[in-house]
Ligand binder design. Sequence first.
Ligand SMILES: C[S@@+](CC[C@H](N)C(=O)[O-])C[C@H]1O[C@@H](n2cnc3c(N)ncnc32)[C@H](O)[C@@H]1O
Length: 508
Amino acid sequence: MHLESIAQLRSDLLNARFSVDTLTGLWGERADAALHRGQRVPAVRALAGPAAETPAGVLARLFVLGMPVSAEQLAAALPALGIDGAIQLGLVSLDRDGLRAALDLRPYSFVDAHGVGSWWIASDLGELTVGGALREDHVLGVGGASLTLSGLMVGTPVDSALDLGTGCGIQALHAARHATRVVATDISPRALEIAALNAELNGIRNIEFRLGSLFEPVVGERFGHIVSNPPFVITPRAEGVPSYEYRDGGMVGDALVASVIAGLAEHLEPGGIAQLLGNWEYRDGANGANGANGLDRVRDWVASTGLDAWVVEREVQDAALYSETWIRDGGTRPGPEFDRLYGAWLDDFEQRGVTSVGFGYLTLRASSQGLRRLERLDGALNGTAGGGLGVHIAETLAASDWQSARTDEELGRERLELAPDVTEERHYWPGAADPTVMTLRQGGGFGRSVRLSTGLAALVGACDGELSVRAIIAAIAQLLEVDTAALSTDLLPSIRELVTTGFLRPLS
Ligand SMILES: C[S@@+](CC[C@H](N)C(=O)[O-])C[C@H]1O[C@@H](n2cnc3c(N)ncnc32)[C@H](O)[C@@H]1O
């Protein structure tokens, strides 16, 4: 690696203030939003006048918008690295219009459990710049799925972490914030080169990059944290259908995700956590509306590992819509080629009776707590304050352990309080004294809502940390004139669920 050149690039990017805030300042939030939708015209139009000639403006035009710049402009924007250095690093190439980006390079900022941060991330040029279908060995930049996984990441300090299928290295960089050392793997040598460039550019030196498929590069090793945004996209294994390394693991249907799950148990340390994203197929007419089939397949996959598992299904897409989404993602536009690929996708799905495809987050853990939650949570995510969903996931695992370690008798002796993000909604028939529906809502986390019975509503309302659960239930039983033991049997499973999901918090 050209360490000196990378250091020069770093210093140039710093001096140019090539940051997310600078770029938003250059073209405005609307153009920013359009760029996130894959449209650059608003940014190109907004970036005019003297701002376009500043070092940040020149770098933005070149690396983010894919426009050519002149040798003088680039030399002024990268004074330490220089044009030769940029060519040597593989960042730019010369063509008849001037200098063009050979890689995408953009600032990236984030908030996680450890606070705010910002990096620069290089990746292959996107579809915007390439202007057509992508190369099969395309190295993906930071996309929606990348942000989803990095936002989910539990930031508990560990000795070692594994990022399987590192791509541009984004998950490994995040893991390097809480792991003493990180191993980042990929089947793509090009991805590993770019990921190593990104680590060095951002001064992160505790990542080791290894080439190989799935767990091959880490045979016999265990990790405290495994993260993977694996190439889970279901792709027909048919002649003439491109197999993009960045999203397709080369297996039939959803077998790649099943294989990653199958390999986790022998690579997690005791207590270690694995977090991945995945797709799963719904077959033979079970469309997922009742949660059947697709999640049941995932249940079988995780059951055979013996690991604790919490699977959140976020979305179920109809097979046709899924096909369109991923054909477009590869850069193929509507036309005869699009139709040919569409047919291949539908043939492939029909062969296995696939009607729809589920997408979600998987958290697995090497422990004997017996956690096994598979659920559909497809509401809006508001709970990204205070370090993202990763903090919520860590809290949920801890709360689940806390309540499952207690017998009903022990839980009764505990004092609980309501989490600060919880509100209650009551609906009344006009003029009625009693509500017809009571719902508890969570502001953070997965934004859950829970229907309340009269007894549970009374209990939740009384959970201010003063009285034990047992004392509250006894008082409610008296008030409602019901048997205390029967009310207790009725309420305790709901109390356990409210503790696990973060509505109620133990004081102990
Ligand atoms: C969806 S990308 C994820 C990239 C990055 N980790 C992120 O979150 O943006 C999947 C990555 O897995 C890699 N990959 C594909 N097949 C693989 C395999 N069999 N073993 C390991 N990595 C693989 C691809 O090259 C690609 O970089």
